[in-house]
Design a protein around this ligand. Structure first.
Ligand SMILES: O=C1C[C@@](O)(C(=O)O)C[C@@H](O)[C@@H]1O
Length: 760
């Protein structure tokens, strides 16, 4: 980045990064024979653990520990504990029987329900990161232009699990309709209200299988649900327990007594409250004092206000739009409004709502409300209405880049699954001819691009009069990550009109026809340039892929203040890893193979390994605060961006910092090298043998793909869906020597209905 005038910074944040969150002492209540769960919590949080027999034995000196306490001992003092000092989690293995002890459930702050065979480490990491406020989904979601949630309507979520990946494509959250669950009874009938035990297990199963935030809904009989209305306390009991289970969103109906809504609001911890109001009377009017009164009441105890009504006339959809803009301007600072109309007449409003639009999927047994649409139907409707114009999106590679080609069918598949009209072209960049990039990006219908391998900001802008001239001559907007990392892997197009989706005039012809071309040349006829009201944002998604991989099985606090090693042949290759490690607040970074530029070394001690002594020093350094290493201790995480040809150096370092004989356990190794290229040494295996949990580039690629799709088309696809597709392709793909032509054939026949992909 040096040598260039500061480029403008894009304000399209993705929410905050990892936070320190709740710093109270974490205490784990465990059941008979389950003490090992305490050590797993401790590992996930990155702390040592100890056991105690009473709450009185815990004091401020235990701040750096996770404390385990047996359930029978915990029962004695849990109600009288010092709540300002400790946060207590009742960890209950459902295989020991359900429900957990009622007193413990009631008095502990949180409850983690788990199975020990299989044990879901990912679920535990996600639960702890959420309840302790280390990761915040809500901010990230609210920064998206549109969000969707899928309303699952299964009587038993087990039926949904095999299809969950495909069901949740396009969804930002999954709703569990607790009132629709059917708990079988011994007499062959079903419970009129599913018990908390049954519901707890259902939530656990769902959470073990999806990384998406969950919305917990107990819909009442008057609002199209099955929960009885005669006892509001029942709602409190279920909704409060959902907060204890670490559910991210709690749906609280507005008819519930204010005392209950207020209490839930005050007790919500890091969960978010969706206030819910449904009117099925057919008499509801958006332009009314009553509608405004409902909004005012809802917003008092809400992170999101949901208002849903049956309407009789299409014009009422426009009335809703007026209501939406009125509350936005007259009630500034209010929580976001999610409002739609029901029935076929109301479907139009479902295409216009931008905050948590409820969606269904053809694989669901029933729709959750009249008029619900799938994500694909909403996108198709938007496309027909001219609100989602067909765009040309590019996968830009460089010779001989297979990565960009390999990812293409997946993007195609997602466009297809989501009913997006866009056209994806795979093209090859010529490093000495920046004009080729201009030809793709300077088009009226340019919809963004992913670059694999990433390209440095300087070479993109320094060599292109077009890029330098965009945004009225100020150049592309840079996100903070792209600025610091200096490498761009995603080009996002943003219309400066109020809505990006509606910026293009409806008369814009659909995508220009493909012209005869060769790989490396523009494959579409350029029709006019980038419209004047359009900004280009240069972003970097790869660092988020690294961050998500590193926090899949560990809470961010596992990294706070600890030391990391980064190996790479150049600072460009290392930059994403360093940025991600800084976001994880590591205490120190050792480097091998490159010189760290000042932009990356700001705010963190960086030390190159330049001798065997320096290596040895880092290995033996103490783990206690105040040592000569700034308290960071011996390296906990090793990230290698070395190519496969240097695998033996990586293997050697991993052995040096491994646990054999050193007593350290549960370290992390991430290998960013392309796993399809043969290497001298299986570094992942060596790392595992040396006490590391090993992750590879495929995990990062999958998380990065999720991120890039979010940036380019604003839609969420589950990580597991990407991983599944990667696995499928590994089995079916034609090997590393695949020619582009063979690959073209594979792509053409792999995906039903998918338009052909342009590879020449
Ligand atoms: O609140 C809502 C919205 C909804 O009623 C709909 O209209 O799509 C569907 C419900 O499952 C959800 O809880």
């Amino acid at each position: 980045m040096s040598g260039t005038a500061s480029p403008p910074i894009a304000q399209h944040g993705l929410g905050s990064g990892p936070q320190r969150g709740d710093t109270r002492i974490v205490m784990i209540v465990y059941g008979p024979g389950q003490e090992k769960v305490v050590s797993v919590f401790a590992e996930v949080l990155g702390k040592p653990f100890q056991s105690r027999d009473s709450f009185g034995d815990v004091g401020p000196q235990d701040h750096d520990l996770v404390i385990g306490i047996p359930a029978d001992r915990a029962k004695i003092g849990v109600a009288l504990r010092d709540q300002a000092m400790v946060v207590v989690i009742n960890a209950h293995c459902v295989q020991l029987g359900m429900p957990p002890d009622k007193d413990l459930s009631a008095h502990c702050d949180y409850e983690f329900l788990y199975t020990d065979t299989p044990f879901s480490r990912r679920d535990l990491a996600r639960f702890t990161s959420h309840i302790l406020g280390q990761l915040n989904h809500h901010e990230t979601l609210m920064a998206k232009p549109r969000t969707y949630f899928i309303s699952t309507t299964f009587p038993d979520v087990r039926a949904a699990l095999p299809n969950l990946d495909i069901l949740t494509v396009g969804a930002d959250a999954v709703e569990i309709r607790v009132d629709l669950l059917k708990e079988p009874l011994e007499d062959g009938k079903f419970a009129s209200v599913p018990s908390l035990s049954y519901v707890g297990e259902q939530v656990m199963l769902l959470r073990q299988r999806t990384e998406l935030p969950i919305i917990f809904t107990t819909r009442c009989t008057r609002e199209n649900g099955r929960f009885p209305m005669d006892n509001p306390q029942l709602y409190y009991d279920y909704l409060y327990r959902a907060i204890q289970w670490g559910v991210e969103y709690i749906d609280v109906e507005l008819w519930l007594p204010e005392a209950i809504r207020k209490k839930l609001w005050e007790q919500r911890g890091n969960s978010r409250i969706m206030s819910a109001f449904h009117d099925f009377s057919g008499n509801f009017k958006w332009p009314s004092h009553y509608a405004e009164h409902i909004f005012r009441e809802s917003r008092q105890y809400a992170d999101i206000v949901k208002m849903i009504a049956i309407i009789n006339d299409h014009n009422e959809n426009f009335e809703l739009e007026y209501f939406r803009s009125k509350v936005r301007s007259e009630y500034p600072g209010s929580p976001p409004l999610s409002a739609v109309n029901m029935g076929e007449t109301g479907q139009f409003s479902r295409t216009l709502n931008r905050v948590f639009t409820p969606i269904t999927h053809p694989l669901l047994p029933i729709i959750a409300a009249p008029g619900q649409m799938s994500a694909a139907e909403i996108n198709q409707a938007l496309a027909l209405l001219g609100q989602l114009p067909k765009k040309n999106i590019y996968g830009i590679g460089s010779t001989p880049s297979r990565g960009v080609v390999l990812q293409a069918p997946f993007y195609e598949k997602c466009f297809n699954e989501l009913g997006l009209p866009h056209h994806l072209s795979i093209v090859q960049r010529q490093p000495k001819n920046p004009a080729c990039m201009e030809a793709w990006c300077n088009q009226r219908n340019f919809g963004g691009a992913y670059l694999n391998p990433p390209v440095s900001y300087n070479s993109l802008v320094g060599n292109s009069a077009f890029f330098a001239s965009v945004n009225n001559g100020t150049g592309p907007l840079l996100t903070e990550a792209a600025r610091v990392i200096g490498m761009v892997d995603t080009i996002v197009v943003r219309s400066d009109a109020s809505s990006s989706a509606s910026s293009a005039p409806t008369s814009v012809p659909s995508s220009p026809r493909p012209s005869k071309s060769t790989f490396g040349k523009p494959i579409v006829t350029v029709t006019g340039g980038l419209p004047p009201n359009t900004s280009l944002i240069f972003d970097n998604a790869s660092w988020r892929g690294i961050l998500s991989t590193l926090t899949r099985d560990l809470a961010p606090s596992a990294y706070f203040g600890r030391a990391a090693v980064v190996l790479a042949s150049s600072s460009d290759d290392a930059a994403c890893a360093i940025y991600a490690l800084k976001a994880l607040k590591v205490g120190k970074i050792y480097t091998v193979g490159f010189k760290t530029p000042p932009s990356l070394s700001r705010d963190i001690p960086i030390e190159p390994f330049n001798s065997l002594e320096s290596l040895q020093r880092a290995r033996t350094v103490g783990t206690t605060n105040g040592d000569e290493n700034g308290g960071a201790g011996a390296p906990f995480v090793v990230v290698s961006a070395f190519g496969p040809e240097k695998s033996n150096i990586v293997g050697m370092l991993v052995r040096v910092f491994g646990s054999k004989g050193s007593g350290h356990k549960g370290k992390v190794f991430l290998d960013l090298a392309d796993g399809t290229i043969p290497r001298k040494m299986d570094t992942g295996l060596v790392a595992e043998q040396s006490g590391f949990a090993a992750y590879d580039g495929a995990d990062v690629t999958a998380f990065t793909t999720v991120e890039i799709l979010r940036l380019l088309v604003g839609q969420n696809v589950p990580y597991s869906f990407v991983r599944y597709d990667q696995g499928w392709r590994q089995k079916h793909t034609l090997g590393v020597t695949t020619t582009p032509y063979q690959y073209h054939i594979y792509v053409r026949f792999s995906y039903r209905c998918s338009p052909p992909i342009a590879i020449h």
